[in-house]
Design a protein around this ligand. Sequence first.
Ligand code: GUN
Length: 290
Amino acid sequence: MEKALKMPLLLDGKALSESIRGRISEEIEEYTSRGFRPPTLAVVLVGEDPASKVYVGNKKKACQKVGIRSLSYELPYNTTLQELLELIAQLNADEEVDGILVQLPLPPHIPQQEVILAISPKKDVDGFHPENMGRLVARLEDGFIPCTPLGIDILLNHYGVELKGKDVVIVGAGFIVGRPLSLLMLWRDATVSVCHIHTKDISEYTKRADILISATGVPHLIKANMVKEGAVVVDVGISRVGDRIVGDVDFEEVKEKAFAITPVPGGVGPMTVTALLLNTLKAYRRNMGL
Ligand code: GUN
């Protein structure tokens, strides 16, 4: 007899994003119909990195669709730190700018931390400023949570994935995803392990995970033999292999074992952009006293 085809629950970030963005759009419409200016996000891109250009393009398009005004600053690769800091100071001082996003990575001659430190924490919709990272450590609701961790949290919560007391294993300890996500999962009372390039045996950890989240950018790193039967698998990776976009997870293998899994594309990616819209709306409400 043929083996029954088992399909896991698909954690559909695209569909959830559409419904959240619909609500964001209605809220903004409400404010503008009362005569308030629209929320405004300044988006800064330095250089010509093709992936960054695509991400920034997606973010600006998403803003436009929900009624957030985006101001675009495209600076040449050879921009100096000083020039970038001057632009940020000008955006910090502009009362009509609610959020500032400087797309990473920056060219290597610009020190990332100095740029992040220069952004007003009140406009730091990426949540990268140490003041906002500190609020995440302290479990303070009034900070900004980095967009990919926030998007994943909203997605898991929407599908009723329990985190309290569960083993969450994060593969990848990067500044943008792994590290802040580990803090957020701790906030949700999960037991968190973070694996990284120096971890002796990653599969020792991944095999124990109730919720496995991979954010490495290594295509198909996570194979079925690294996943526990019935696990929830979240794939943050986006890699181009030939003309295909693939994740960190070998979907075809892992779907046989997972209880639930995010597709790539259409899983975490849209949720990251939705979280940016939510953070921008939060900055706007606060800035306008709404
Ligand atoms: N580069 C990759 N992801 C991100 C992000 O969430 N924010 C910014 N600013 N840059 C990124």
